[in-house]
Design a protein around this ligand. Structure first.
Ligand code: HEC
Ligand code: HEC
Length: 549
């Protein structure tokens, strides 16, 4: 009954009304009752008591609708409007088969849910919510539990007989020293137990790796344990539970015989395959990018002026997970007091800058910013009534600036009809070119209608766009953003600039902290539109600009 009522609250919020059809007779009015004050986080028993009150719950429902429903769906079934773009898929919170749990039964403790919500799930599109106040994250824990079809109960702890399953939370025995002997024993156990899936050296390439499915029948791969990407906390105690309890709903098995010392040896071996630096890099923590005062602002991505400015490495999450992903984008920010300059650097071996054929996809980068404040709009394309500004650089636009690429660049001998060019005499009409800067706009209807995407006379590789939710991306009438990119030695360097003050735009005023996020497309891997790698919201810190020369 309680679950049913919770689902109704979402429905009510979704409709913006106080009435909700609850499926059990007449619509019932949902009036948030302001009861007892919200208990501070540490007063909430990690194992589930006391029950939260309505105010706590109403706040969580609103948060869920804004920040979680786009992926997890309004009723929690994992079917939000963004879900089709994601692999792995958002969890079905109604089925509530959780994966990163500390109990033998596979039930998550409140701490498990709090941790996964705060830290996000690196290696998937699940963002980190550590920027939400702790109270809000606890409220979400209870809300998520409330969505579950069957109540989530954690049994009282019982270690069970040696080598066999126990009950409740698995409490690891004391950790032995993480030394060569322990890792050696771990390596041996790994070869005996883990190799078929994770491969001999833990690269995720064992003989069974390519044909695996999860419980929902969706493809899943054993992790490459050398990348430092861990879906749940890689600290030893948590990793111990992962190794012993497995990952419910996936092929990663539970092995109770490891619950003595062997689990620890495996943990030590697994951790030796990556490093603190790699693990730290994969954390989805929010970073602050200081805007450094400079004079003059570098005018080219290769300009020496960038050398003095420190870059910040930001973790990228491919929305459609794959092994050959761009892992990081390094961002530098500078201002001369009039304009903001952002330099994005990321690795990409192939330079894909032609999209003439339908099977070609380009490399690209985008910056997203939102008005200053601690409550930014939804991180993926903003929300209704809360728009975001998007600046996009496209490699083929950059290439077009040196030489406009049309069908002839791909198929030099193509002979096709041409559009008449009113500025030229009949015998001067082009015979092969379908679409050139001299073409008549009247015959290129999208261009004639002012669509910046098809304008062959465009003078910048940038598009100045805005969005307020999925499917709302559109170009601005006034294009105020400039961008320039170069590809060399396996990496891209792309620079964006925009005036700090521009009418109707996010204000980049001195002292402000502006939410900023980034996206990278790798054309070679088929990235386009919603298939891309993104960061969570970070912060652009315009405080240092006060010292601008
Ligand atoms: C951009 C999409 C996206 C958003 C937004 C999102 N999630 Fe997720 N979430 C995912 C994906 C994808 C997974 C599954 C990842 C996996 O299995 O590797 C997931 C998994 C989860 C899990 C399951 C953890 C487990 O142990 O199995 C919980 C709980 C969860 N999300 C809660 C939330 C909450 C609460 C919010 C809002 C504050 C939220 N998510 C917002 C995509 C999202
Ligand atoms: C039957 C195949 C299989 C076997 C055997 C297996 N794993 Fe896994 N393992 C997986 C899969 C699949 C995943 C990825 C699950 C996911 O992405 O949600 C995984 C993930 C992991 C992770 C990542 C956990 C995280 O937080 O992201 C670790 C660590 C791990 N396995 C260790 C081991 C160790 C140690 C062994 C041997 C004792 C082992 N696995 C045996 C299939 C297997």
């Amino acid at each position: 009954m309680r679950n049913r009522m919770r689902a109704c609250v979402i429905l009510a919020l979704g409709l913006g009304a106080g009435l909700a059809g609850c499926g059990d007779g007449a619509p019932r009015e949902v009036v948030p009752r302001l009861g007892r004050a919200l208990p501070p986080a540490h007063d909430i028993d990690p194992l589930g008591a006391p029950a939260p009150d309505d105010a706590f719950f109403g706040r969580a429902a609103a948060l869920y609708e804004r920040q979680c429903a786009p992926c997890h769906g309004a009723s929690g079934e994992g079917d939000g409007p963004a879900a089709h773009l994601l692999h792995p898929k958002p969890r079905n919170l109604v089925k509530a088969r959780f994966r990163f749990v500390s109990t033998w039964e596979g039930a998550p403790t409140d701490d498990d849910l709090y941790r996964v919500i705060s830290r996000g799930i690196p290696g998937s599109a699940m963002p980190a919510w550590s920027w939400l106040p702790e109270r809000d994250r606890w409220a979400l824990v209870h809300f998520v539990k409330g969505l579950a079809k069957k109540p989530i109960r954690v049994a009282a702890g019982d270690p069970g007989p040696p080598g066999d399953v126990g009950k409740g939370v698995l409490a690891p025995p004391p950790e032995p020293a993480d030394d060569a002997a322990s890792r050696h024993r771990g390596a041996k156990l790994f070869q005996e137990n883990c190799k078929p899936c994770h491969g001999e050296r833990g690269r995720g390439d064992g003989p069974q790796a390519s044909s695996m499915k999860d419980e929902e029948g969706l493809p899943i791969r054993p992790r490459n344990l050398g990348t430092g990407v861990f879906k749940s906390d890689p600290r030893p105690e948590h990793l111990f539970r992962r190794v012993v309890l497995g990952i419910p709903g996936t092929p990663m098995p539970m092995t109770p015989t490891f619950k003595g010392g062997d689990g620890w040896h495996l943990v030590h071996y697994v951790r030796s395959l990556s490093s603190d630096r790699l693990r730290e890099r994969a954390e989805l923590s929010r970073r602050r990018l200081a805007v450094v005062p400079v004079d003059p602002l570098p005018d080219h991505p290769d300009s020496g002026g960038w050398r003095a400015i420190a870059g910040t490495e930001l973790h990228l999450m491919p929305l459609w997970w794959r092994h050959d992903r761009p892992e990081l984008v390094t961002v530098q920010a500078a201002s001369d007091g009039r304009s903001l300059g952002l330099l994005l650097v990321w690795a990409d071996d192939s330079h894909d800058a032609r999209i003439v054929r339908s099977q070609d996809f380009r490399d690209a980068a985008a910056v997203q910013i939102a008005p200053a404040g601690d409550d930014p709009p939804f991180f993926a394309m903003g929300e209704r009534n809360r728009s975001v500004e998007i600046w996009m650089w496209k490699s083929e636009r950059q290439a077009d600036l040196s030489r406009f690429q049309d069908l002839e660049s791909e198929y030099p001998n193509i002979g096709i009809d041409s559009y008449p060019n009113l500025q030229h005499k009949p015998h001067e009409q082009p015979v092969r070119s379908a679409f050139t800067p001299e073409s008549d706009r009247a015959f290129i209807t999208a261009w004639g209608a002012g669509n910046v995407v098809v304008d062959p006379t465009r003078s910048s590789a940038a598009e100045d766009l805005m969005a307020k939710g999925f499917g709302t991306l559109r170009a601005r009438a006034d294009q105020l953003v400039a961008a320039r990119g170069v590809h060399a030695s396996g990496s891209y360097r792309v620079m964006f600039t925009r005036a700090l003050q521009a009418a109707g735009r996010v204000e980049l005023s001195r002292g402000a902290i502006v939410p900023v996020a980034f996206a990278i497309w790798n054309g070679d891997a088929g990235d386009r539109a919603g298939q891309k790698s993104v960061t969570i919201w970070h912060e652009l810190d315009l405080a240092a600009m006060g010292r601008a020369p």
